[in-house]
Design a protein around this ligand. Structure first.
Ligand code: GCW
Length: 680
């Protein structure tokens, strides 16, 4: 069935009669005075939604007859121009919108308006969301504009259609049949992104293949860009730093070499002949073996600026990643990005964003926020979250990630005193940057339901909603998604919300409680592997990160250890530096703690660690029970899928628990606390 394919854009008949009647008062017709590709999409979407949700026929008109919904911009609609909306519209910029209930010719109507067509489309999707979630719409007056300018998905998709760390099938991009064949799926993908405000897609893996920059591929990329354009989505590519050598025939890729500069300039000019609104490049350089400016004794700014200079005349941007580490440097990996990038603050060109992962290691179930946030005031820093659950149970475990995103966004860097949150660094308000961005490493593939796990759709959804408005709560986003995706049944909404909101913490408990990190299976990153050692580099082992020994467990990153904590402001250091005060969620991230250490619960560290692992696994059982109450309320197909997945998750939570507890017991040499069943 199509239930999973439809994502949150299901327009099944609403069930509440009073709500339907209220909505019907405004659905006599849709008025669109002047057409454009984007405005036609808005009208079509609105018609689809109204007809589905209300099971009523909706007509179009280009004049106002009385009643209905008027959509457009002041320049495309005489009616909208005549309404006193200009003050409100002024505040909404190029992408925001205003939705009001008003009267035209003394007849009640709803107006969805914006300065630009894309804002009308965003406003339309927002209005539809209100209907899907059964909000009241009388006297509606909404003004909304995105807090972040570039709201982007990063696809780690290879040209052979495999997806690095992708667990939902193969890549959506059918390079072989492009540009001639346009898969309907590209359109559906664009529509889904537009519905949550995502306005950019980096099509290719950051571990880049230079072939994407050759003419045949650029024509294919242009075909995708043509599909995405009316939905407000720009395409971006990853630039392999050694491309001038690999496909350009040059002997060097040194960013300061005149021939190299000229090659990139010509290449970039060529790209714009195919894609006039091409967005720019994401670059992974000098990280995990990728080529970069350091191969030529240049720094990250030299590399980024060379590309930025060639992109600038076309308004393109560079998103230069700060995910760098090297085993040649005898240094705590958590410190390396800061060490390399902080000294470069102020030396990046105006159209460069430095793209920083949320935490200093690598998308772990829990990490502190990255120390670069707040530390590079002169450089726009872009957030990189990971939607694909590389370290969080792939597309098998139910983990709602908004709480993880929010924990990072709401964290206080104290860079300019209290309230200097990561969100305010990223939205540019802290240092007055207008170039801002949030990227999510996509969890999308060609699986029928896009993301493999039906609940993983919520993470895609959350990325879009939080990039538009980082101050939304995880709960609000979950509730919207649940109502649009599954049901408006109040009791079930409550149950689903509870499951989703608990799920991330539950996963932390059965995988990496108390600040543990990077103890998963080797290379594939699925399942427990705290015993991993003897790998090509120390920072690819688990023993490096947990440092368990007979005395205790944890990584001392304070002043007496690796000093990683000293990369943060004194206020932040103060929170974590003492063993006594450090919040327990981060305890083993920052401290090596004796097994007998007394925890807040009164238990010893060893007992507490065991309790957390057991609690995590037990909570999955609870999730299973909660889901079972959805039988008959959600469609049978998704009911069965999720039931099976949660059973696997439960077994694997027990696997994680047993493996970790038994392994760490070889160091603690203590019994499993009484009351907990013995692992086998
Ligand atoms: O999380 C690690 C992954 C790599 C990935 C890298 C990165 C694309 O294990 O697969 O490479 O991060 O973010 O560059």
């Amino acid at each position: 069935s199509e239930d999973g394919y439809q994502l949150w854009l299901r327009y099944n008949k609403l069930t509440d009669a009073a709500t339907i009647n209220q909505y019907k008062a405004y659905t006599q017709g849709i008025v669109l005075e002047k057409e454009s590709p984007t405005l036609l999409l808005a009208r079509q979407e609105l018609q689809l939604a109204l007809q589905g949700l209300l099971q009523t026929k909706v007509t179009f008109s280009n004049t106002f007859q009385g009643g209905g919904i008027i959509i457009g911009t002041p320049s495309s609609s005489g009616i909208i121009a005549s309404l006193a909306l200009s003050d409100k519209l002024k505040a909404t910029g190029d992408e925001g919108f205003v939705i009001v209930q008003t009267r035209v010719k003394n007849k009640p109507c709803i107006v969805i308006s914006a300065n630009k067509d894309i804002g009308v489309l965003y406003g339309t999707f927002h209005f539809i969301r209100l209907l899907q979630t059964q909000q009241r719409i009388e006297n509606i007056a909404i003004t909304s504009a995105p807090a972040i300018k570039h709201r982007i998905l990063n696809h780690w998709d290879n040209l052979d259609r495999t997806v690095e760390r992708g667990y939902a099938g193969f890549s959506l991009w059918d390079w072989h049949r492009l540009p001639g064949y346009i898969d309907q799926r590209y359109i559906d993908y664009a529509r889904a992104n537009a519905s949550i405000g995502i306005n950019g897609a980096v099509l290719t893996n950051v571990n880049a293949n230079a072939q994407i920059l050759t003419e045949p591929y650029l024509k294919k990329v242009a075909a995708l860009a043509n599909v995405f354009r009316p939905y407000g989505i720009k395409v971006y590519l990853t630039a392999r730093f050694s491309a001038p050598v690999e496909i350009g025939g040059l002997s060097t890729a040194d960013p300061l070499d005149a021939n190299v500069k000229a090659w990139w300039k010509k290449k970039i000019d060529e790209i714009y002949t195919y894609i006039p609104d091409f967005g720019g490049f994401t670059v992974k350089a000098n990280s995990e073996g990728q080529p970069g400016p350091q191969n030529y004794n240049r720094n990250h700014a030299d590399g980024a600026n060379m590309l930025a200079e060639a992109l600038a005349p076309h308004n393109g941007i560079v998103m230069w990643r700060a995910f760098v580490y090297s085993n040649e440097v005898p240094e705590d990996r958590a410190k390396q990005a800061y060490n390399e990038f902080k000294p470069l603050d102020g030396s990046f060109a105006k159209n460069v964003l430095v793209q920083v992962k949320n935490g200093p290691i690598d998308f772990q179930p829990r990490e502190p926020f990255h120390p670069l946030f707040g530390a590079m005031p002169k450089t726009p820093l872009m957030m990189e979250f990971q939607l694909t659950q590389e370290y969080l149970g792939f597309a098998t475990h139910l983990v709602y990630l908004a709480p993880l995103f929010k924990e990072c966004l709401d964290a206080d860097t104290y860079a300019k005193g209290k309230g200097s949150t990561v969100a305010h660094v990223v939205d540019g308000s802290l240092e007055n940057h207008s170039l801002t961005g949030i990227a999510g490493v996509a969890n999308i593939g060609n699986d029928r339901n896009w993301t493999g796990h039906p609940f993983a759709q919520a993470n895609w959804y959350a990325l879009g909603r939080l990039a538009w408005n980082p101050s939304l709560s995880s709960e609000t986003v979950a509730e919207e998604w649940i109502r649009a995706t599954f049901t408006n049944n109040e009791k079930s909404v409550h149950t689903l919300k509870d499951m989703m909101l608990a799920s991330r913490e539950v996963t932390v408990q059965y995988m990496t409680p108390l600040g543990l990190h990077h103890i998963m299976g080797w290379n594939h990153h699925y399942g427990p592997g705290p015993w991993i050692k003897d790998k090509p580099r120390a920072d690819w082992t688990s023993v490096y990160y947990h440092q368990a020994d007979e005395n205790g467990i944890g990584f001392n990153r304070t002043a007496t250890g690796s000093k990683a904590l000293l990369q943060y402001t004194p206020e932040v250091q103060k929170i974590y530096s003492s063993l006594e005060n450090c919040p327990e969620e981060y305890l083993l991230w920052y401290h090596h703690v004796p097994w007998n250490y007394k925890m807040k619960s009164g238990r010893t560290l060893w007992d507490e660690l065991c309790h957390r692992y057991y609690q995590g696994a037990d909570s999955v059982r609870r999730m299973q029970q909660q889901w079972s109450t959805l039988k008959g309320i959600v469609d049978e197909e998704r009911f069965q899928q999720v039931s099976s997945l949660i059973s696997i998750q439960h077994q694997e939570a027990i696997w994680w628990r047993n493996a970790c507890v038994l392994y760490f017991q070889t160091f603690s040499k203590k019994d499993i606390p009484s009351g907990l069943e013995k692992p086998d």
